[in-house]
Design a protein around this ligand. Structure first.
Ligand code: HEC
Length: 137
């Protein structure tokens, strides 16, 4: 493949990635990992996070508030004592990144203080991400 066609392909891919969330948002769902996330079932999955997190702005528990976390850089809640692993990770919590992280948080981010085993079912991860997106504003 020539350099020119690689760039064209990359631009086309970028446009496709931008277009997908726009379509998904219009039906109130999220496309991630090849799946459509269902925010209603994501609320049920979120029960597993609730000992440590709420999606209300400004409320930290054992973990930081997850209000508007989708699209946010890691470690941004000012009054939460993050681990160095989280704070220095340079990670942005986009849908695909959350999809990987939530499968195995400590595998994805060694040294994180989030002691959660992970969501093994891809559909549960897509659903909980869709739920988190409902607290975007
Ligand atoms: C046992 C408590 C616990 C559970 C359960 C838990 N978390 Fe966490 N979570 C934490 C802690 C503590 C941190 C901060 C980690 C650090 O600083 O290394 C965190 C951090 C996060 C972050 C990064 C936030 C940021 O601002 O960088 C996300 C996203 C997240 N958790 C999502 C979830 C989701 C979604 C679930 C449920 C599927 C979940 N967590 C379950 C304790 C928990």
């Amino acid at each position: 493949m020539s350099k020119g066609s690689t760039i064209t392909a990359a631009v086309a891919l970028g446009a496709a990635l931008l277009a997908v969330p726009a379509i998904a948002v219009s039906v109130g769902a999220v496309r991630v990992g090849g799946l459509t996330g269902d925010p209603a079932h994501g609320g049920v999955v979120f029960h597993q996070c609730q000992t440590c997190h709420v999606i209300t702005a400004g409320q930290n528990r054992i973990g930081p508030s997850l209000h508007a976390v989708v699209g946010r850089r890691s470690g941004m809640i000012a009054n939460f004592a993050y681990s160095a692993a989280n704070k220095k990770s340079g990670v942005v919590w986009t849908e695909p990144v959350l999809f990987k992280y939530l499968e195995n948080p400590r595998g994805f981010m060694p040294g994180t203080t989030m002691s959660f085993v992970g969501l093994k079912k891809p559909q549960d991860r897509a659903d909980v991400i869709a739920y988190l997106k409902t607290a975007a504003k």
